[in-house]
Design a binder for this molecule. Structure first.
Ligand code: NCD
Ligand code: ZN
Length: 371
């Protein structure tokens, strides 16, 4: 298969829009939910991404092959006609999960990876792992199989300051897991700190990390700008500016250990704008526009394709997508709400204007002609 370079097509006038054509990306971390909410949000992900790693934190969580297959079928049934999209399913690790089930699911393709939530760390994590040592036999099996472990990398210890929970997870849990399972494939999900960036950079090639658009665009001040901003609250929570800058450096560095994962996590507006609002930012409708804006600001548009469409598949040992997508440097105003499940969801950057517009997929022939 020929390889294509990302292409920035300048028009004749300097100030004219520019078009970026890149290989179609994948989302290596997304919450698609279930039922009416699934139907409302899945096409926002599927119109931009060819594949997505689907989080298993439903209620009840996805812990069996049967449940993952049924969930995959519900996702496919909710897709708009003609929209090609492959959900890659994950299984939710509990203290008592059956090793045989994980092995069977991986062998059959029902599970692409295993998700570890420390118990009570985030939304629907109550049945997560209470102590990583309890699941060492599972990790041993996964290491042997080459099955990736996806980590919500925060300690759930309420005595640890919420802004330190990722860094403390590295010290208390991750360092030990990596030294005990040196060949285990690990994705440190939605990293938010300079500590995580440095840690991932210092480990071997089997440890990667995903980075969300919101952690590249906001720091913790954004949650309190002029009042409390529940739609900017997610877990791991946004950190100080120096951490955001470290994430932008990592994402745009070209280092293959860092790749795209939106952590798009929709909640109906009433569950966000509440005395105890849920964690999660719905960024699927603006994902590629937001990443393109960040890479543009960093002068690194030529590295967007690798971050969005190459590093993830290489890490997972999967083929690159054949199709392409088009982004145009034209201002685009983000809708302020999306109707969902008898209510609505407020997206990331609601009402704001981004520098880039997502124009859609193009077929291979067209891309071939351009090259
Ligand atoms: C996620 C959710 O709502 O399911 N929330 C979030 O803030 N990211 C859970 C998670 O990934 O932590
Ligand atoms: Zn998530």
């Amino acid at each position: 298969m020929p390889t294509f370079e990302p292409e920035l097509v300048a028009e004749s006038r300097r100030d004219a829009p520019q078009t970026l054509v890149i290989r179609q990306p994948d989302d290596w971390h997304v919450h698609l939910r279930d039922g009416a909410m699934l139907s409302a949000v899945v096409n926002e992900t599927a119109r931009q991404f060819a594949r997505a790693i689907v989080m298993p934190n439903l209620d009840p969580p996805v812990t069996t092959v049967v449940a993952a297959e049924a969930y995959r079928a519900r996702i496919l049934a909710a897709l708009a006609p003609g929209l090609a999209f492959s959900p890659l399913m994950t299984v939710y690790l509990t203290d008592s999960i059956n090793r045989g089930e994980i092995e069977r699911g991986f062998a059959s393709g029902a599970f692409t990876a295993v998700k570890l939530y420390p118990a009570h760390a985030t939304t629907n994590a109550a049945q997560g792992v209470t102590d990583v040592r309890r699941i060492y036999p599972v990790l041993e099996r996964m290491q042997r199989l080459g099955m990736p472990l996806l980590l919500h990398g925060e300690v759930a210890d309420q005595h640890v300051d919420i802004f330190d929970r990722e860094a403390v997870f590295i010290d208390r849990v991750l360092t030990k897991v990596i030294s005990d399972f040196p060949a285990l494939k690990i994705v440190f999900e939605h990293i938010t700190t300079e500590d995580a960036v440095c840690f991932v950079e210092s480990t071997g090639p089997h440890v990667g990390a995903t980075i969300t658009p919101h952690h590249l665009m906001i720091n913790r001040n954004a949650m309190f700008e002029g009042g409390i901003r529940p739609h900017l609250y997610c877990l791991p929570v946004a950190k100080r500016e120096r951490h955001r800058l470290a994430l932008r450096r990592a994402a745009t560095s070209g280092n293959p250990k860092f790749f795209l994962g939106t952590d798009s996590a929709p909640h109906a507006v009433g569950n966000k704008e509440s005395a105890c609002g849920c964690a999660g930012i719905f960024n699927a409708p603006v994902a590629l526009e937001a990443y393109a804006t960040v890479f543009d600001e960093e002068g690194a548009l030529e590295r967007l394709e690798a971050f969005a469409a190459e590093h993830g598949p290489s890490f997972y040992g999967m083929p690159l997508n054949a199709g392409s997508i088009v982004l145009e440097r034209t201002p685009w105003q983000v809708p302020s709400t999306f109707a969902a499940a008898g209510s609505h969801v407020v997206p990331f950057q609601a009402g704001a204007t981004l520098d880039w517009t997502y124009k859609g997929r193009i077929d291979d022939t067209k891309r071939g002609r351009r090259d």
